[in-house]
Ligand binder design. Structure first.
Ligand code: PMP
Length: 423
């Protein structure tokens, strides 16, 4: 038995499913999950000492690769000074300044400790600021696991949401309306009753595989929000600094009223943030009536990691490199799959997804047409070849500046071999 298996068996006794986040259990792809002990550059090392080329990158934060020396140094230095104050520190202002100088429309920002908190707080703020209760989310967009946002992809265009988890009373999702991604009509149908406080979406979706919003769709959402006096919230927890050198908002030339961030802005430590229009943000406690708080919010270690991650990203023009790597991969995958009707590939900047279906999906229903068993076989084949892919067809893969063309060639030859063997 491997050490990974051993830890998994033991962990299952104490931690439900042996994991602290369900996707880590490899449920969608079969096989036992791996346990890891080291992450450096583009590689992870398991507790058994096996190295894996990593396309998960902690689900996005490690845009410079794991344990970039400058980020490690910044965290060590901060650890010597303080782990946590429970009071304010200059690093919060520094990261806020760096972000607001970089991101158009981010006039004010508040830090939290996860993406879940960022989206949950942004929705509360939008409701408080508009005096309206309902909000729209899209089937297939994930915004963390707070009750009101944990809504199943509903089939009806304007039906009220249904909780996709046990333990979420219907009342908690009664104000969540679900619409279809890349389908403006499904949005306007809901907006017409004038009850919508906000629309929240991943402008480039990464949680149903990589599906960018169509330009007309994103521009249309801005127009509809203005028309129906609803706020537009871009959840850029995953796509910021990955699909563009700054944000997806820049990619589309659309400024949302509020943004949500996480992952890259914490450099691998637990961080989230929400922010945007100052007049809206001023509704937050202690200034306004919308309550929101956090013991570890603005934690100095997390702030130090986030500042350094972002500074290096901007200073070294990392996006140019990750985008170039993404294009390198895309050009070659497209050649490998040319003429096939069983697989397609989508890439934007440093995110990509291989879908086991003939044409690129535009929404959640279309992702549902993928051959999920085949995805599972590809995952296992890649793993045998020491490549760690996100263990679900519904996830995006990530690239970092630590990846090399040689690493990508390894992915390419593995894919080519798989498609030959798995007819
Ligand atoms: N929003 C998006 C777009 C995400 O991808 C995620 C997590 N993958 C979240 C919110 C929730 O973030 P967290 O897991 O840090 O709570």
């Amino acid at each position: 038995m491997s050490l990974s298996n051993d830890f998994y068996t033991k962990a299952k006794d104490l931690i439900p499913g042996g994991v602290d986040s369900p996707v880590r259990a490899f449920g969608a792809v079969g096989g036992d999950p791996l346990f890891f002990e080291k992450a450096k550059g583009a590689y992870l090392t398991s507790v058994d000492g096996d190295e894996y080329l990593d396309f998960v990158l902690s689900w996005g934060p490690a845009v410079l690769g794991h344990a970039h020396p400058e980020v490690v140094e910044a965290v060590k230095k901060q650890a010597d000074a303080a782990f946590s104050f429970g009071m304010s520190c200059p690093l919060e202002y520094e990261l806020a300044k760096l972000m607001s100088e970089t991101i158009k429309g981010l006039e004010m920002v508040r830090f939290v400790s996860s993406g879940t908190e960022a989206t949950m707080s942004a929705i509360r703020l939008a409701r408080g600021a508009t005096g309206k209760d309902q909000f729209i989310k899209f089937e297939g967009c994930y915004h963390g696991h707070s009750d009101g946002l944990l809504v199943k992809a509903g089939s009806g265009v304007s039906t009220f949401g249904t909780a996709s988890s046990a333990g979420v009373p219907e009342g908690y999702t009664a104000t969540t309306r679900t619409a279809i991604y890349n389908d403006l009509e499904s949005v306007e149908t809901i907006l017409r009753d004038g009850q919508t406080a906000a629309i929240i979406l991943e402008p480039v979706a990464g949680n149903m595989g990589l599906i960018p919003g169509d330009k007309d769709f994103i521009l249309g959402l801005r127009r509809l929000c203005d028309q129906y006096e609803a706020l537009l919230i871009f959840d850029e927890v995953m796509c910021a600094f990955r699909v563009h050198e700054k944000t997806a908002a820049d990619l589309y030339g659309v400024t949302p009223d509020l943004f949500c961030f996480g992952k890259v802005i914490g450099g691998g430590l637990p961080v989230g943030a929400f922010g945007g229009r100052k007049d809206i943000m001023l509704n937050l406690a202690p200034l306004g009536p919308v309550y929101q708080a956090g013991t570890l919010s603005g934690n100095p270690l997390a702030m130090a990691a986030g500042i350094k991650n972002l500074e290096v990203f901007l200073r070294d023009k990392v996006w140019e490199k990750t985008n170039q790597l993404g294009q390198y991969l895309n050009d070659r995958v497209q050649k490998i799959i040319e003429g096939r009707s069983d697989v397609c590939f989508n890439q934007l900047g440093s995110m990509f997804t291989l879908f086991f279906k003939g044409s690129l999906p535009k929404n959640m229903d279309e992702v549902g047409e993928c051959d999920f068993d085949r995805f599972g076989r590809f995952f296992q084949f890649a793993l045998k070849n020491h490549i760690l892919l996100p263990p679900s067809q519904y996830e995006a893969n990530f690239l970092s500046s630590a990846h090399t063309e040689k690493d990508l060639d390894h992915y390419l030859s593995t894919l080519e071999q798989f498609l030959k063997e798995d007819q």
